[in-house]
Design a protein around this ligand. Structure first.
Ligand SMILES: NC(=O)c1ccc[n+]([C@@H]2O[C@H](COP(=O)([O-])OP(=O)(O)OC[C@H]3O[C@@H](n4cnc5c(N)ncnc54)[C@H](OP(=O)(O)O)[C@@H]3O)[C@@H](O)[C@H]2O)c1
Length: 293
């Protein structure tokens, strides 16, 4: 299979790139503003941009679409830009799938739910409460409607190895290794199911190998709020200079409303893959400490 990863310079895309290439599968990963190692330029908002990599030379069988505007609060204040970068970019990726007869894997979110009664199964009623969430739902719906052989993977609170260490866990660990003082003001009432980006890539790998279609959650065994997540990091690095101030979401007054009781249930995937073992935040931090020794 030829697997094209749109947004391989990001967290999920780079982990897909690290895992999915092998003797049977060729992988091509794209970047937009940050040229990550072994990626080629491709702008999903302007697929006719002459600077784009010539996809006819690769002819993908699968397109994994990881591109989106992921800053939830920024999206709330910039609705049109959010729509372009999440919905229009997905419509363009759908056109590419149609052109090459490719399957699509689309990365979505637990934010499609309102967070009143999570964690959620795949088939529970959706009710997005922010601009970002509405656009993610619109995009995943378009994918499912337009491409028969598509998979939507819902994820939340992703952490893991990435070149830029942008994700919450890696960002804090980097500061700890730089011996920085870290002040965190975090909500104690936003619950989710953090997942390692490498496990998301493993989920995509088995689903693609078995020609699965439809919506699948990808989450780990952790069900944590942000303070608890920071607490796990602190436990692994007891000498870290972390000052944590727990606050309610109401006090934080973020521009975009957040699902409070979010997160995703794994019963569907695990009933199909009972031997699949997800790692958790402890595993990730243990590995990281071992590698940094
Ligand atoms: N991270 C999470 O906790 C989380 C949770 C739920 C859902 N998701 C979803 O999972 C997907 C991947 O998230 P992520 O955390 O890996 O995001 P990320 O690290 O921000 O990566 C986003 C990727 O999209 C690319 N991109 C942005 N604009 C583009 C454009 N116009 N053309 C082509 N590529 C473009 C970026 O390229 P450059 O960086 O090179 O500009 C980057 O490679 C997203 O759809 C996100 O909504 C993520």
């Amino acid at each position: 299979m030829n697997i094209l990863i749109l947004g391989a310079s990001g967290l999920v895309g780079s982990n897909c790139m690290a895992l999915l290439g092998d003797e049977e599968n060729k992988v091509l990963g794209t970047y937009f503003s940050y040229e990550a190692e072994n990626t080629v330029y491709f702008d999903t908002l302007n697929i006719d941009n002459p600077g784009n990599y010539e996809l006819d030379d690769f002819y993908p069988d699968v397109i994994i679409h990881c591109g989106a505007l992921t800053h939830v609060d920024y999206c709330e204040d910039n609705e049109e830009e959010s729509s372009q970068k999440t919905v229009q970019s997905t419509l363009n990726a759908i056109d590419l799938c149609k052109k090459y007869g490719a399957k699509m894997v689309y990365l979505s979110t637990d934010y499609v739910f309102d967070g009143k009664s999570g964690p959620y199964f795949e088939d529970e009623p959706v009710n997005p409460i922010s601009v970002y969430a509405k656009h993610k739902l619109e995009a995943e719906t378009k994918v499912l409607e337009s491409i028969e052989e598509s998979i939507v993977i819902r994820i939340t609170n992703v952490y893991g190895i990435e070149e830029r260490n942008k994700n919450f866990v890696s960002r804090i660990v980097e500061k700890i290794y730089n011996d920085e003082e870290i002040e965190l003001t975090l909500p104690y009432d936003q619950y989710a199911t953090p997942v390692n980006a490498f496990d998301v890539a493993r989920v995509i790998q088995v689903l693609l190998n078995d020609n699965k279609t439809g919506i699948y959650n990808a989450a780990s065994t952790d069900y944590l709020n942000r303070c608890q997540l920071a607490g796990i990091i602190q436990k692994h690095f007891p000498k870290a200079k972390i000052k944590l101030t727990p606050v309610s979401t109401k006090e934080l007054n973020q521009p975009a409303p957040r699902p409070l009781q979010g997160g995703l249930k794994m019963d569907k995937f695990l009933s199909e893959y009972p031997d699949f073992v997800f790692s958790n935040v402890d595993d990730f931090l243990n590995d990281l400490k071992f590698k940094m020794q």
